[in-house]
Design a protein around this ligand. Structure first.
Ligand SMILES: Nc1nc2c(ncn2[C@@H]2O[C@H](COP(=O)(O)OP(=O)(O)OP(=O)(O)O)[C@@H](O)[C@H]2O)c(=O)[nH]1
Ligand SMILES: [Mg+2]
Length: 454
């Protein structure tokens, strides 16, 4: 990873899968000149803007011809990266986007490396490391739930209390160090009891942050798997077979399950929450059976994986509607001890299992599948937000130790030099979390995991 900020970089900032609108980001000292050249803008004065501006223009592209673009210009340092920046917005067609990107490179921009935009924001002091990792979390968030966790981290989370703690300790250190210059004259700017008190307050803040981080880490990794499907498909029987005990009511009557039932299942790599839901049906109203539909929808939205149950004897129920897919959908053919109607099913499922509650090995096969899925899922999860937690936790624990040592030194009157050096150590550790101090390793490890354009 290069850490230079002198080059002007560009990249497509929107996904490759095609969307209504696409954007290309350009940032660096020459952004405006390069974009003006690429657009062959005859109106050079339009580029001499002094504040953030939106302009309409067009760009001449080989084969594609003239394409309309909206140009957002941040001429000064008030952009995401703290450098002059431009965004070109156009139709989200990948050929158009790539062609504009190629034109910008021709005009002097360099293709950005993964995470380079966020790296520049960090180097400009716009974001601290915890916020950068939260940006990464947002990019990788697989569903609304993990997105919320990542966003709450981005919205402040640790950054603010960390900055506050740092200021408190810097002030305390200044007070102690001021006294160090006058030791011979026996002048002191702060009493030992004041030092102890202020250290105790900082220790409380660090303890609280560690506590918050632990609960956040737990929240991020609790994967949810929803068992859904038409009424009477055998969903409750399936969860009971996995639990090896009756936790959900089973009956031949359709519409048995109303409230969802949660089973925390410990697999090799992590625990997952398995949810039995009310059978999907098209009913409205305020009856408990109709209201249960809302619960089921909620579970579907929160799920990281959906197990869609369809009985082999069912020839009528609808299949999973794939347009609304954002997570993997597995088809679970239930009741396979019964004669099958032999219906053709969509090839769109991510995996297919046949089960019968009468054959435990068929249930074990699904469990094995879940175990493998969790292992892969945890790998990507572990690289994202919890990684922040692990690294921050280690640093905060070191800071806690240094502060406790400082407090002990104050209590046993070991001398202000000792207290000051322990406070300095704690500040270094806090700096590692807050991003005021960082090592190339940390930066490399973090920013190399971003995708290009972010
Ligand atoms: N033969 C056979 N019957 C099964 C199997 N699994 C479930 N059943 C029967 O199918 C019926 C419905 O089972 P449930 O587990 O209650 O189905 P459900 O999908 O939870 O139904 P709702 O909660 O109403 O949506 C019951 O009579 C079960 O005994 C199976 O593997 N083989
Ligand atoms: Mg049920």
């Amino acid at each position: 990873m290069r850490f230079d900020t002198e080059s002007t970089i560009c990249a497509i900032a929107t996904g490759a899968e095609g969307a209504f609108r696409g954007a290309i980001r350009v940032t660096g000292p020459e952004s405006l000149a390069i974009v003006a050249k690429a657009l062959e803008s005859s109106n050079a004065t339009a580029w001499k803007v002094s504040r953030a501006t939106r302009l309409l223009s067009s760009i001449e592209l080989p084969v594609l011809g003239s394409v309309d673009v909206a140009v957002f210009v941040w001429p000064d340092g008030r952009s995401y990266t703290g450098q002059p920046s431009v965004e070109l917005h156009c139709l989200g067609n990948i050929q158009i986007l790539q062609s504009i990107q190629a034109r910008l490179i021709e005009c002097g921009a360099v293709l950005a490396q993964p995470g380079e935009f966020t790296l520049r924001a960090f180097l400009a002091g716009r974001l601290d490391l915890t916020q950068c990792e939260a940006v990464l979390g947002v990019i990788h968030a697989s569903n609304d739930r993990s997105l919320n966790v990542a966003l709450s981290q981005l919205a402040g989370g640790l950054s603010e209390p960390l900055a506050h703690l740092r200021t408190t300790l810097v002030n305390l250190l200044a007070d102690i160090e001021a006294g160090l210059d006058f030791v011979d004259e026996d002048i002191s700017f702060i009493s030992q009891s004041q030092i102890t008190e202020r250290l105790e307050q900082s220790l409380d803040v660090v303890r609280e942050m560690l506590h918050q981080m632990e609960s956040r880490a737990g929240q991020t990794v609790q994967l949810q798997v929803a068992i859904v499907g038409p009424p009477n498909a055998g969903k409750s029987s399936f969860i009971n077979a996995i639990a090896k005990q009756p936790i959900s009511i089973v009956s031949s009557e359709p519409g048995t399950t109303r409230d969802y039932v949660r089973l925390r299942l410990n697999l090799e790599n992590a625990s997952i929450d398995l949810l039995d839901t009310a059978g999907l049906e098209d009913i409205e109203g305020t009856t408990p059976r109709a209201l249960a539909q809302g619960f089921t929808q909620q579970q579907i939205e929160n799920a990281d994986l959906i197990l869609y149950c369809l009985s082999v004897e069912d020839s009528e129920s609808a299949e999973w509607e794939f347009e609304s897919r954002s997570v993997p959908i597995w088809l679970i053919r239930t009741k396979c001890d019964l004669p099958s109607v032999g219906r053709d099913l969509s090839p769109g499922y991510d995996a297919v299992f046949s089960i019968s509650i009468k054959h435990t090995e068929s249930i074990d096969r699904v469990l094995k599948g879940l175990s493998d899925w969790v292992a892969t899922k945890m790998e990507s999860f572990n690289q994202v937000v919890p990684l922040t937690a692990a690294r921050c936790q280690a640093s905060l624990n070191n800071a806690l130790l240094a502060l406790a040592n400082a407090k002990e030194a104050a209590e046993f009157r070991l001398g202000d030099e000792v207290i000051a050096s322990e406070i300095r150590l704690s500040l270094d550790e806090i700096g590692l979390v807050a991003g005021t101090v960082y090592t190339d390793d940390i930066l490399d490890a973090l920013f190399s995991r971003f995708c290009i354009g972010k």
